[in-house]
Design a protein around this ligand. Sequence first.
Ligand code: BES
Ligand code: ZN
Length: 686
Amino acid sequence: MLLVLGRRVSLSFVKRVIPQDPVLLSNPILQDFRTIKFRVIHSGTVFASATRQNTDTMPERRPFVRLPTDVYPVNYGLCLKPDLIDFTFEGKLEAIVKVNLATNQIVMNCADIDIITASFVPEGGEEINATGFNYQNEDEKVTLSFPSALQKGSGTLKIDFVGELNDKMKGFYRSKYATPAGEIRYAAVTQFEATDARRAFPCWDEPAIKATFDISLIVPKDRVALSNMNVIDRKPHPEDDSLLEVKFATTPIMSTYLVAFVIGEYDFVEGQSSDGVTVRVYTPTGKAEQGKFALEVAVKTLPFYNDYFNVPYPLPKIDLIAIADFAAGAMENWGLVTYRETALLIDPKNSCSSSRQWVALVVGHELAHQWFGNLVTMEWWTHLWLNEGFASWIEYLCVDHCFPDYDIWTQFVSADYTRALDLDALDNSHPIEVNVGHPSEVDEIFDAISYSKGASVIRMLHNYIGDKDFRKGMHSYLLKFQHKNAATEDLWDCLEQASGKPIALVMSSWTKQMGFPIIVVDQEQQGDDRILKISQKKFCASGPHNGEDCPNWMVPISICTGEDPGCTKLKVLLDSPETTITINNISPDQWVKINPGTVGFYRIQYSSAMLEGLLPGIRDLTLLPVDRLGLQNDLFSLLHKQADMQEEKNRIERVLGAISAPDLIQKVLTFALSCVTCACYFVRRI
Ligand code: BES
Ligand code: ZN
């Protein structure tokens, strides 16, 4: 249960419930900072004032437009100097850019940052100073204007800027902690997904605009400084010997939302994965012991993914760090994964198995993103569901492999799968795949439908394709798109090639329309054959679907029998409203069950005879726990949402009585009803 509560709930709620520190909010230094008006000064000359649009008087929001592609980055040389007392930072960007099309403007993302100077140096040419910076605050963009056209070719864009180490837990922010002696101090940390790298440095903050990064941090010499890559140089700052300049190795080509840096006081435990990657878990000082479990998980997990994807982890190190103030549960920054403390630290003397399972799942999730998301990145936020849905499925595969005694798939069914079914049966659910434009829409789609339904349909797909072909398809997808971007359809193409099955057609029926079907099944014995009549209709929590347009799904259906409950006897793809299926050589007394393993994302309504037939398998426990769980969940759901006839209700109650004690039924029904009320509210936050 703890697992269920600790789970994706964090996505929609945690960000809102973490209280902001009132001391920080009332800090006069910060308030002053926000009101500072910068003038654009370059080499002692005063240029036109930076203009900021007044968004208050804007009548309506302009349609969102992506950044122009006439100038794009190749490498960001970025040096940041945070001030952990004043909560400000100074930054210096020297970006190698390509000019595709001659232009006298460069448009970049920029939010809550003040540019002091900007210039462009064409390769082998003279430096051209920017004459104005026009901030489009609502669009989180800045347009740098130059007095003459920047010609096609390469050049270096130089920008000096300042910003605030904010208290919003996004962008480059301050995180408060207490030393073991009780002194309050601050660390400087980052959270850039989805669109907050632009709060730390002016950049092309879109997932498809990848570049390499050379990062340097100027930090107090007694602080730990971390970034995506390993340290390659550490030297005293020429002007202040209390500071160190720490230089990190060049990153592979990557998206801005995966860049990270942390400056603070931490201890660590270190290990080496069997494939030669240095793994460190950073903890608050004095708590290194609490990082040991996550280290064990990470050291086992990296080789698992290496082998599963058959693509090596491309960086020399990976750090996992517990951050005191953290909005999400964890973030997959390439080579420097950040976690809230409860998702990473385990007190070896004082922890329960559900906490360990949770940490294992979160570590498994974020490390999966190192390939699926970081190496191959979604082309746009519309495909975010695939990133998160995939990681939310494979984290279980990984934990099941590393810790088989956890029986973690049963947790998946009782947490993600049933939750997704409950939420997606509501009239105000939404399709997994939604078009995203403006950055403000991105946050809204990090919900249980993206995560739990996403994971459930990937699990169904994996089962439909089979592990061998699924891995083959994943490998070719990661190889083909490594260091590039891909769309959902690109994955379907690779899986289609690997399996020879109509993946795009099947999957679009699950991702592009909301909801799921209820599969209605009846049977008839004909000699040695069993004829199953199967039909589908939309399942609605509010009662039978009466809409004119009756949606249909491409439903992978598997069937098992009492002869071998753990083994799938038949697989079919239901691609029409109804069909008949023949099971050969089956005696009349054998029960038939649809959806063994509870992998299909649908509910099942059996005829009375079929349901009664399943009772022996339930009583003697030959039906596997996940199957009993799925059956029970379907019946509860049908009992109070679909069945309006007394006879139907009695029938289901009889079977449920065989599965659970009657007082339990009553308790669960009361609980389920309260959940529906909550779910109606939270699925779309209406
Ligand atoms: N990429 C997300 C983190 C994220 C979530 C960033 C929302 C920005 C907004 C990360 O991979 C993730 O999914 N984190 C989960 C934990 C995970 C184990 C499900 C989270 O934060 O709850
Ligand atoms: Zn994720």
